[in-house]
Design a protein around this ligand. Structure first.
Ligand SMILES: Cc1cc2nc3c(=O)[nH]c(=O)nc-3n(C[C@H](O)[C@H](O)[C@H](O)COP(=O)(O)O)c2cc1C
Length: 352
């Protein structure tokens, strides 16, 4: 949903002294740097050895998300903030290293619905058995494995003292990152859906809008306020003119709720509390979805933020008949016009 860069953790699994893993990780991040920039991806190398995770020492099942130890809470925050992962793994005895299994086992929901790519290395099998082994575990955690992989045979990649995999491996790594970025965007609504409040139509969900959502909000409000402009015969409506930067500003100051379906913003509403009054504004529903109760649902969502207030105020155009009908039906009373700016304010008094 958001337009901020994707954060992709590059997990370096081996922890042995003089392990090859960090060298493979450095080759990978250097190789991917230009593609990562072009794709809007921040690659964040994480050496599992630096996490200082002992063998799993939490009492509760990770699915509960109740963590006693600081090392788990830190790891949880790191993984929760990520949009995807590339695991750089050796093959130990035909399987994944214990460090990776342990790091995976520590958490649960933090991994879910995020794309996962593998860069493996080893002898004849190029680490591919470690990847197959890991996939049994990662699919249980709802990590979504990519089809693309990079499998390096150590003997082929090592030239004298340097580690230089062939060009086709670099190409494969770039293809993998592209697939990962596409999947990370596609999976974002699935993750949001898990975390968010269900909306009024199947598959929809509500979540707080953040400044990063400004591009979506700008498009929705320009589109919705065209009807307002026609009904009220005026173009002097801020929602028609605001730039994404101005929208970003009010998304910082107001509490705004967005109603989403996959990556589409279907509707929104914003609220702000001033003294004991809750102000509701920018109630909008995409034109093709009107008449299905979405506006009423958004209004009720906004009203739920009125605890401690003694009244709610909102404003609409004098000729916005649909809005006026909805608000009056919901108990709002029009106030006498203070001036002839074409706007009417409506008030609802709240009883405790
Ligand atoms: C405990 C252990 C088990 C290994 N098992 C395998 C294996 O099953 N298949 C393989 O191709 N290489 C195996 N190797 C060789 C590794 O591929 C090679 O040592 C590689 O450098 C290990 O990665 P690291 O240096 O990042 O730890 C094993 C190495 C170790 C230390």
């Amino acid at each position: 949903m958001s337009m901020k860069p994707l954060q992709v953790l590059v997990l370096i699994c081996s922890t042995r002294p003089n392990a090859l893993g960090p060298t493979v990780g450095t080759w990978l991040t250097k190789t991917l740097a230009p593609s990562a920039h072009a794709l809007g991806v921040d690659l964040v190398p994480v050496a599992l050895g630096d996490l200082n995770l002992p063998f799993l020492d939490e009492e509760e099942h990770p699915a509960r998300g109740v963590y006693q130890h600081e090392h788990t809470r830190r790891w949880s925050e790191t993984v929760a903030a990520a949009d995807g992962f590339i695991v750089v793994t050796p093959e130990y005895n035909y399987g994944m290293p214990a460090t990776l299994k342990n790091a995976l086992d520590y958490l649960s929901a933090e991994w879910a619905w995020k794309p996962l790519g593998f860069v493996s290395y080893g002898n004849t099998s190029a680490g591919t058995r470690a990847v197959q082994h890991a996939k049994q575990v990662t699919s249980t955690l709802r990590l979504i494995s990519l089809g693309s992989t990079v499998a390096l045979r150590i003997a082929d990649a090592q030239q004298h003292d340097s580690f230089q995999p062939a060009d086709h491996h670099a190409q494969a790594a770039m293809g993998m990152l592209e697939e990962l970025a596409r999947l990370a965007h596609a999976l974002a609504p699935v993750r949001e859906h898990d975390r968010a409040t269900p909306g009024p139509v199947p598959g929809s969900y509500a979540k707080r809008l953040h400044p990063d959502d400004a591009p979506h909000v700008t498009v929705l409000q320009r589109c919705c306020w065209v009807d307002e402009a026609i009904a009220n015969d005026t173009l002097r409506l801020p929602a028609l003119h605001e730039t994404p930067a101005q929208v970003q500003q009010w998304l910082t100051d107001w509490h705004a709720t967005g109603l989403w379906h996959t990556e589409r913003l279907l509707g929104m509403v914003r609220t702000i509390r001033r003294a004991s009054t809750l102000h509701i504004g920018r109630l909008a529903v995409a034109p093709d979805l009107r008449g299905q109760g979405l506006g009423r649902w958004l209004l009720h969502t906004a009203e739920a933020r009125s605890q401690g207030c003694d009244r709610i105020l909102l404003t609409t155009g004098t000729h916005s008949t649909h809005n006026l009908a909805l608000y009056q039906q919901q108990g709002y009373i029009p106030l006498p016009a203070a001036n002839d700016d074409g706007q009417v304010s409506l008030r609802k008094d709240l009883t405790s």
